[in-house]
Design a binder for this molecule. Structure first.
Ligand SMILES: Nc1ncnc2c1ncn2[C@@H]1O[C@H](COP(=O)(O)OP(=O)(O)OP(=O)(O)O)[C@@H](O)[C@H]1O
Ligand SMILES: [Mg+2]
Length: 909
């Protein structure tokens, strides 16, 4: 009879475990087994030589599929349904460990206890698998059970202790000679005997799913609660000598793998066992704490499985690194916390915890956010975390065995590297890890020098846009996997870059594409990126507006004067130094924010002793005369800046229409924030502020204060570059980007602070741009192809890194005074700017540039828009008659044009 695997073979049968023999010994002939394993290892080598690091899988749960080279590139962006999809496309050759088990317990089986036969000397116990008696050829074992035999009578109990059969046999002999491997019909069921259970195991209840020392049989939720309230009791406690002796018998999953919705990790295959289970411990299911599973989103469950398989070395032979590059706000923190908590209490071999100490390195402003997230999901008792700050020195952690997780900022890590090296960390997590992209920078070298093998990088920005940086990140998590840097350059980087040149031949193009596909295939095994869409359904609507604000009269006059300056003219003739254009750009940007910023700048420079020789002289000459004679920058007015006027009205209307809602106000400049702060004061708006000067230790307090429903703060002033990365500002539901950055990633980072999990209100985002000015040009650059090439996703990149041709500079240094919206003029839109309701943007394929090839380009969502996508947004001039949005209605007077897009639209906004 051919049977499909029984649950015990799939998931582990606790009472089979005492009989477990490691793969190397389980075979009747050890030599044969070794020979087989060796051939497997050779297979790996061949695969590795072909740059294929996939492991063969013998686990029946494995989904097999071939990876067609071209399709491989998609693997890097696993969608929510990737397992399912690939499983359906099953074939038999190569295998990816894209499998996990989410069980639903059979409903009809209920928990019962105390029904055991009273054991006496004649009683024997067996672990069995069973199925209903049938004459079918292909039968399927239906479950594991315990067979209790007493004289001529028998009882069959399922793993929750419930009787599923009982009776007597006619011949005593039948029951007397039961042995392992035997199949027999009993009480209308066919059974196969898997092993003998000791009376001790039966009596203690250990042979049952939930049996504890006291043989209490709990329902799954009770069991989960029990584990949670005593996190260190169960598996972790089995370290005393006495307990060790029993540990083989005691090994069972910490949580019920069969409970409804349980999240069970992949069981290690033979090769993994061969490599990592030298002590031949029984294999135990690793089950995510049901308390956490309850909260996890589907993509987060997938993410945890992915991280688990990576760090356990199950995905790539012998490599334990992973990059979780989920877009911002997808809950990378929770996924890591779930992983840490799991590995700290469980392991596949004998249930022994895999990880004792974890090191989390994160930007300073997020140190306390991590602590908060640990507390949010696990409470304060389950896991002892230590955060390093001014009041908590690292020595406290190194000297105490009490803490299992250390959270430290990158800066502090450098300062205390020696102490950190003295601790053995089993897991290293680098949050916002894109900052490790350069292997020569100190932080990266410091982290590389740590001996920890299991390494995870978390980043919200895609990592494959710069191939050099890509190598560094990959090589950090899985050292050596791409070979040496020089080989990598030759094999991948050069052909890929050449293939992207417009002048590339067909042959070069094809080669580049294939290499890119291969590289993606290879690294896709341990890089996971999901896009914002996976959580859209949990988020409220997002109303995104690009608001083109008319410049004030003083702004226009000053703008004209600046463009006529000698400095700008020289720039356009290519006559000035490399950086001169940056000074001109800087001045124009200041002016757009508010003329008083420019005024202060000029005054500052003038008072400087080097003024006469300074480059600014050519730019600022005569400018001061354009300001009114008695101009006082501290007495600035709102009318002097188009954007400030709009902002002021916007704040007023939000206050009026949504008095309970709060606003995050973002600028990249501290001086601009000063002005915005002054506006808050003048209008009596309560505010709070976080910028580069805010001490790290204060930051989380400020964030928490603002997010609290009891806070009276109306406005959160945020310098996005200084500390916006990774922050959760869900207390605010309106976000105003007061100025624009060259790098769309900076703006996207800022915008993602409010539209994230936990947000209760519809989110309104306003991006303010001054009509016809450099701000529009920067925006166009962000959304046009040119803007995407290179500087897109790197937060450290600014205009300093962007090269401009004279032609581009000419365009930058032009003021379009008569246009309502130059950006719209460029869109090639049929509408006359009257009112255009584009298709919903969600329907359109989005693109984000990536050096790894065209196949990548249609997958992401939190990305800079392209021009054609913007065209699909609703757009209309400020004087349009039927503005349905009450907020826009109130600011229209100072606005020349709007673009609007709504995500997750519902009727109530
Ligand atoms: N399953 C969930 N249910 C409810 N809230 C969640 C869930 N997962 C995450 N969150 C919350 O969502 C917010 C964003 O999560 P998190 O900070 O981990 O995002 P992230 O992926 O690290 O984003 P970023 O790249 O911006 O740092 C947090 O407040 C977190 O507590
Ligand atoms: Mg984060």
């Amino acid at each position: 009879m051919r049977r499909s695997a029984a649950p015990s073979q799939l998931q582990g049968n606790p009472f089979k475990k005492p009989k477990f023999i490691s793969p190397a010994r389980s075979h009747p002939s050890p030599n044969e087994e070794v020979a087989k394993l060796n051939s497997d290892i050779k297979l790996f080598e061949v695969a590795a030589n072909k740059n294929n690091f996939l492991q063969p899988q013998n686990d029946p749960r494995t989904c097999n599929f071939n990876l067609p080279t071209k399709e491989c590139t998609k693997g890097i962006n696993h969608g929510d349904s990737y397992r399912e999809k690939y499983c359906l496309e099953a074939s038999t050759k190569t295998t990816l460990n894209l499998h996990h088990t989410v069980h639903s317990a059979p409903k009809e089986i209920t928990v019962s206890k105390g029904q055991e036969e009273k054991p006496d000397n004649l009683v024997k116990y067996f672990s069995v698998v069973w199925c209903k008696a049938s004459k079918k050829k292909h039968k399927k074992w239906e479950g594991d059970a315990v067979l209790i035999v007493k004289g001529k009578s028998f009882t069959l109990k399922d793993l929750e202790g419930k009787d599923i059969g009982r009776g007597t046999v006619y011949k005593l002999k039948e029951l007397e000679k039961i042995e392992e491997g035997q199949t027999m019909m009993i009480g209308g069921k066919e059974i196969e005997v898997m092993g003998i259970i000791s009376p001790d195991d039966f009596n203690s209840g250990r042979c049952f799913q939930f049996g504890g020392g006291c043989s209490a049989v709990l329902s799954s939720s009770q069991a989960a609660k029990k584990c949670l309230s005593n996190p260190f009791k169960s598996v972790c406690k089995l370290s005393s000598k006495e307990n060790k002796q029993n540990s083989f018998q005691n090994c069972k999953p910490r949580h019920d793998p069969y409970a409804p919705n349980s999240l069970v990790m992949l069981r290690p295959d033979k090769n993994h066992q061969w490599l990592f289970n030298k002590n031949c411990f029984p294999v135990v299911d690793v089950v995510i704490d049901p308390h956490l599973v309850y909260y996890l989103r589907p993509h987060q469950k997938e993410g945890i499985i992915f991280l688990y398989e990576c760090v356990m070395g199950m995905r790539v032979n012998g490599r334990c690194g992973a990059i979780l590059a989920d877009e911002m706000g997808l809950g990378k923190t929770l996924q890591c916390i779930s992983l840490i908590w799991t590995l700290q209490c469980q392991g596949p071999y004998g249930g022994k915890p895999v990880v004792k100490k974890t090191l989390i390195v994160t930007p300073g402003s997020l140190v306390n956010n991590w602590r908060k997230e640990f507390q949010k999901w696990l409470g304060i008792e389950r896991i002892k975390i230590f955060t390093v700050d001014q009041d908590h020195k690292i020595e406290e952690f190194t000297k105490s065995p009490f803490y299992s997780v250390l959270i430290i900022s990158y800066e502090m890590l450098l300062r205390s590297l020696d102490q950190i090296k003295s601790v053995k960390f089993d897991l290293l997590i680098c949050d916002e890890g894109h900052r490790l992209k350069n292997s020569t920078i100190k932080t990266t070298t410091a982290l590389i020098s740590l001996s920890c093998e299991k390494r995870i990088i978390l980043t919200g920005t895609p990592v494959q846009n710069d191939l050099q940086e890509f190598f560094t990140l990959i090589d950090f998590v899985n050292p050596g996997i791409l070979g040496s840097l020089s080989a990598y350059r030759k094999i991948y980087e050069e052909p890929i870059i050449i293939s992207r040149q417009p002048s590339a031949s067909e042959e070069e193009r094809e080669l580049g594409e294939q290499r890119a596909a291969e590289l993606t295939c290879l690294t896709g095994l341990f890089i996971l990126r999901r896009t914002q869409e996976v959580i859209n359904q949990y988020l409220p609507p997002k109303i995104e507006n690009v608001v083109f604000c008319r410049p004030g009269a003083l702004q226009i006059a000053l703008y004209r004067k600046l463009l006529n300056s000698q400095a700008v003219r020289f720039c356009l003739q290519g006559l000035l130094e490399n950086t001169s254009h940056l000074i001109c750009i800087g001045a124009l940007k200041k002016l757009c924010n508010h003329p008083c910023l420019l005024f202060s700048s000029i005054k500052e420079k003038e008072s400087n002793s080097t003024w006469d020789e300074s480059e600014e002289r050519n730019l600022y000459e005569g400018l001061i005369n354009v300001f009114p004679a008695d101009y006082n920058p501290t007495m600035f007015t709102e009318e002097e800046s188009g954007k400030l006027q709009v902002l002021s009205k916007l704040l007023a209307v939000i206050r009026e229409l949504r008095p309970a809602e709060k606003v995050v106000l973002v600028s990249n400049y501290t001086r601009t924030l000063d002005i915005l702060q002054e506006v808050c004061k003048r209008h009596g708006y309560a505010y709070t502020r976080l910028d580069g000067q805010t001490p790290i230790s204060q930051r989380q307090k400020i964030v928490d204060g603002f997010n609290s429903k009891y806070s009276s703060d109306f406005i959160f002033l945020l310098s996005s570059k200084a500390g916006g990365v990774g922050l959760n500002l869900i207390g605010g539901s309106h976000l105003i980007l007061y100025d624009i950055d060259w790098n769309p990633a900076t703006d996207i980072q800022a915008m993602s602070r409010v539209w994230r999990d936990g947000q209760k209100h519809p989110v309104h985002i306003y991006r303010l741009l001054t009509t016809g000015t450099i701000e529009e040009k920067i925006y166009q650059r962000q959304i046009s192809k040119q803007g995407l090439s290179g500087a897109v996703v790197d937060l450290s990149k600014t205009s300093d890194h962007i090269q401009f041709s004279v032609e581009e500079l000419k365009n930058l240094f032009t003021l379009h005074e008569s246009s309502h919206c130059v950006t719209h003029d460029l869109l090639d839109c049929e509408c006359t700017g009257e009112h255009h309701t584009g298709d919903s943007l969600e329907k359109l394929p989005m693109s984000r540039n990536c050096q790894l090839g065209p196949h990548q380009q249609k997958s992401d969502s939190l990305k800079p828009l392209s021009m054609s996508q913007l065209k699909q947004w609703k757009h209309f001039p400020g004087d349009h008659l039927n503005l349905t949005d009450p907020f826009l209605e109130r600011i229209r007077e100072n606005v020349s044009f709007f673009f609007q897009n709504i995500t997750n639209q519902t009727t109530a906004i």
